[in-house]
Design a protein around this ligand. Structure first.
Ligand code: ADP
Ligand code: MG
Length: 281
């Protein structure tokens, strides 16, 4: 009789635990359990409280990772929030309404938001901040400029994947279309954009920003009939933000010229080339 081969020594429990936690997709548990175990021993926490602390850490981290994922998926042109938005710089903007919108209930009601105003008044900043708030509250967002969206729609149509893109755009909880009005659209472009707004009507919220008052939207869409039908849908359940006033950047650079010394942290943080202001939150 031959001697039995020696049994393989069992893997140490730490190795198995690490494997199981990876399988269960609990990276924070894995990263933190030794540290939290040491804390628990020091503080005399029982096993339930030890597990509770780890579970809380995992939940907080998971939420943060999901927000980050939504922000990446939204393709924002920049990440901006209302923390860095100076409401006193734009008195025409209804601050209570804007902050109410930042709570995202309009997304549940599937209302739209239209931000109108001349250039540099913070329309893009405001719609980015609303987009960020939506990501933070768990809503999927897609951000486009009007010209960029039309370009993508035309490209998708040429490559015979328009239906797929339309379905994706119809499904997103919040679609942001920035800068409608800077570039007049071709007839096809106008029709494709109209179709998107039409498909989203009462299904999901859309934010549109424009430098043009409604009366002038015909210059973008070409046809009066199409513009009428579009406004009819977009403004059915809508919150209008008015941002009329002096350009924020222009005001900042005028302030800099009047007093070349940095007047406050915000001005000190202005990029000398672009005039981009970074305000410490
Ligand atoms: P618009 O889209 O209306 O042309 P932007 O949102 O692009 O204007 O604003 C131009 C620049 O000024 C951006 O860098 C933006 O962050 C900043 N800005 C505009 N308004 C404000 C404001 N009220 N508070 C803080 N920054 C602002
Ligand atoms: Mg803009």
């Amino acid at each position: 009789m031959t001697a039995a081969a020696p049994a393989a020594s069992p893997a140490p429990p730490q190795v198995l635990l690490a494997h199981h936690l990876r399988q269960l997709k609990l990276p924070t548990f894995l990263r933190e359990y030794e540290k939290v175990a040491a804390e628990a021993a020091r503080e005399g926490l029982d096993h339930v409280r030890f597990l509770l602390r780890l579970a809380e850490l995992e939940l907080i981290d998971r939420e943060r990772r999901m927000v980050e994922r939504r922000i990446r998926a939204a393709h924002f042109s920049a990440v901006k929030s209302f923390d860095t938005f100076d409401f006193t710089a734009i008195p025409s903007l209804n601050k209570p309404l804007t902050l109410e919108l930042a709570r995202c209930e309009y997304l549940i009601a599937r209302d739209n938001v239209i931000a109108l105003g001349n250039s540099g008044t913070g329309k893009t900043h405001a719609c980015l901040a609303l987009g960020l708030a939506a990501c933070q509250r768990g809503f999927p967002v897609s951000f486009f400029t009007a010209a960029g969206l039309v370009h993508q729609l035309m490209e998708a149509r040429d490559e015979r994947r328009l239906l797929k893109l339309q379905a994706q755009l119809a499904a997103v909880k919040l679609l942001i279309v920035d800068e409608l009005g800077y570039v007049p659209l071709s007839q096809t472009g106008a029709e494709l954009l109209f179709e998107i707004f039409s498909q989203r009507h009462e299904r999901g919220s859309t934010i549109v920003t424009s430098n043009l008052p409604f009366e002038e939207w015909t210059t973008v869409f070409g046809s009066q009939r199409l513009t009428g039908a579009l406004l009819d849908r977009l403004t059915h359940h809508v919150h209008i933000l008015e941002l009329n006033g002096e350009s924020y950047r222009l005001k900042q650079s005028k302030a800099r010229r009047r007093d070349p010394r940095p007047a406050d942290e915000a001005i000190a943080a202005a990029d000398p080339e672009t005039g981009e202001i970074t305000i410490a939150s």
